[in-house]
Design a protein around this ligand. Structure first.
Ligand code: ATP
Length: 367
């Protein structure tokens, strides 16, 4: 693919029944996914769910076991990586240590025999974009981790790829830099409109960056939607756990009234909980975010009060995160206005509108 061709965007990229096996293990199991030109898509899931495999299949680094990848209708899964016109940014940025920042960024264009003037213009532009103009003469070893990461990004975008594939590009950075770089990646996407597929196990990163989040589980798509949709209406306890519903309390259905249900288990009782969908009798899970529990008195709802013995309370600056146990032995994660001595008893309530109910039992969940 000539550099000029790679400049052309696309309407849609489709993965159709994409399957990838390693021996007898199924890393990707019939993935159907559409990526629209210009969108920022995050592939989210815990370690081993198949994110990197999916990205490597898109990149052409791994052949498919079954299925097809089509770019605007044309099959591309037989093409080698360099003929796809995609750019890649990985967590180990693999810069050339003996080449300056400028030469690192220019490398791909030189290989393509782009003209000198054109190279200079595009490298300047890419360096400006990642705010490294002043560091252009330095060697990678003279840069911070975040700056090196930006070189890696500049090196990918300078080729004007029609698709950028990023695999956990921020995972080697410290927490502060990670948040900064996240904003820069988002801004760059807004400025350039590059179609991006971004792999991460960090739900916050996926929510912050993506137009659309695809959650993978054991090689299959478990849910896809906008960050708001996935965050607000997780499709399973697996995803709820990922999206901050730290409390996944097994509580069977005990009663029904006017479309709402009562859940009860070992002294814990939630009355008048709305159902997102019909929950059959039997096993169910109440999902509650820690920040949705209130210390009783603030929003008195004596019906749904629970008494908890506090085991741990940690000061987190803006809030105090606490873990406690009910008399019936349920471990509860919640927030407190201030730290309390271990063993203290508090009464909590939860507005039932904030409780999500799933039928069945809780599934193994993400971090
Ligand atoms: P991580 O975040 O840890 O990189 P991931 O979600 O990217 O995880 P993959 O690396 O895609 O997961 O792996 C998916 C599954 O395929 C895992 O069970 C993994 O062990 C297996 N797998 C991946 N690559 C290979 C390989 N080269 N040989 C054998 N098995 C592999």
């Amino acid at each position: 693919v000539a550099a000029e061709d790679a400049r052309v965007g696309f309407g849609e990229l489709r993965m159709e029944g994409v399957t990838r096996r390693f021996g007898t293990s199924l890393a990707l199991d019939r993935i159907d996914l559409e990526i629209k030109g210009g969108e920022f898509l995050a592939l989210l899931g815990p370690s081993g769910c198949g994110k990197s495999t999916a990205l490597n299949c898109l990149a052409g680094l791994l052949p498919l076991s079954e299925g097809a990848i089509r770019l605007d209708g044309e099959r591309i899964d037989g093409l080698p990586p360099e003929r796809r016109g995609f750019g890649m940014v990985f967590q180990n940025y693999a810069l050339f240590p003996h080449l300056s920042v400028r030469k690192n960024v220019a490398f791909g264009l030189s290989v393509r025999r782009t003209g000198k003037a054109e190279i200079a213009k595009r490298v300047d532009e890419a360096l400006r974009l990642v705010e490294l103009t002043e560091h252009a003469h330095k060697l990678p070893g003279q840069l911070s981790g975040g700056q090196q990461q930006r070189v890696a990004i500049a090196r990918a975008v300078v080729l004007r790829p029609r698709l950028v594939l990023m695999d956990e590009p921020l995972s080697n950075l410290d927490a502060k830099l990670r948040v900064q770089m996240r904003t820069e990646i988002r801004r760059m996407h807004q400025d350039l409109g590059l179609t991006t597929v971004y792999v991460t196990h960090d739900q916050e990163e996926a929510l912050a960056l993506a137009d659309r989040v695809v959650v993978l589980r054991a090689g299959r798509i478990e849910q896809e939607g906008t960050p708001e949709e996935v965050y607000t209406y997780p499709a399973s306890t697996y995803i709820a756990g990922f999206m901050g519903y730290r409390n996944l309390l097994p509580m069977p259905v005990a009663a029904r009234e006017g479309g709402r249900i009562t859940l009860a288990d070992r002294g814990l009782r939630l009355t008048g909980v709305p159902q997102q969908e019909d929950i059959p009798d039997g096993a169910a899970v109440a999902a509650v975010r820690p920040e949705d529990f209130r210390v009783a008195g603030e929003t008195a709802d004596p019906v749904n009060a629970l008494r908890v013995r506090v085991d741990v309370s940690e000061f987190h600056g803006r809030e105090v995160a606490a873990e406690g146990v009910t008399d019936g032995g349920h471990v509860i994660h919640f927030r407190l206005p201030e730290r309390v001595a271990p063993g203290s008893r508090v009464e909590l309530t939860v507005p039932v509108e904030r409780v999500l109910v799933f039928s069945g039992t809780a599934e193994a969940t993400g971090p």
